[in-house]
Ligand binder design. Sequence first.
Ligand code: 13P
Ligand code: SF4
Length: 354
Amino acid sequence: MKPDVSALYERLREKLHDIVPDAELQIKAELAHRILQLKEERNAVILGHNYMEAALFHSIPDFKGDSLELCRKAATTDKDIIVFCGVRFMAETAKILNPTKTVLVPSPKAGCSLAESITAEDVRALRAKYPGVPVVTYVNTYADVKAESDICCTSGNAAKVVESLGVDRIIFLPDEYLAKNVAKETGKRIIIPSRTPISAATQAADAASGADIEYEMIGWHGRCEVHEQFTVEDIENVRRQLPDVVVLAHPECSPEVVEASDFSGSTGAMISYVRDVKAARYLLLTECSMGDNIAAENPDREMVRLCSIRCPHMNEITMEQTLAALEQTRYVVDLDEDLRRRAERSVRRMIEIG
Ligand code: 13P
Ligand code: SF4
């Protein structure tokens, strides 16, 4: 191993010895070294979402964070190339905010079940049906959907965005669970598209939870394929065995799961919580790589591993793919300029709110 690769390997080993097997760490250190060299040569910046696998997360990104934090970094970088180690909708948001840069997403397969659940045509149909009702769109959508919306939000600012509109009725797209969690938090009437008829039991549960929800039957519903898998029973089982556990749930989890948890927030907010609030142990109800990343940063904190649900889209982003992206300038994110400008309005309006 060359001396600078060896230094990188030692740094990674110190952090990740309990998480990544040694043989793999050696390979990852070599790869990281080549990526970092090329990043300098190409005048690139690497943004890494909190769900990146541990070796990548701890070696190559210049900036790490949740969707909102990375949006802000993408908007202000002066580098020529932005390599987005995250999924496509995130890379698109970088392009929307900083259009003169070359934006690369290392895999063309890095989608998102939420982004794929809705089209621009769906939004236009909703607008026609509810004239004058503002459309709030989660950033986990593609640029054409953002372009049809009034304002975007992330999991870190959804309630604040909804409250900023100063109206009582809002269309919130496309995440059914996030929409319900926001309805509960803000007390606003939220119109949620739903694919299937809503049972009397669900409507009664919504009312009992204090959320004011209007269902709109339409041809889709959006849920995160990772977070929808967590259940209240999962939490109860862990609490039975470990009564002092603190449970953190991402707001893409169902309202019942969020209600049964101790804290709910964006991936960035969950990381801050573990760092700042001392507890005996923590259970994270989110994508599993983030548990590894938090454990590596906080060796004195005990993270309970409930189950390992890896986002298959985030999993597409590997160091090999990142290296190839920089070597071959692939896969370039390009957007039609008129569409980009319209999407930018919604994203910038969100950023101004915070
Ligand atoms: P954050 O904005 O909280 O990082 O969430 C992004 C995401 O895709 C969660 O599944
Ligand atoms: Fe999309 Fe869920 Fe994966 Fe996040 S974890 S990128 S919301 S599928």
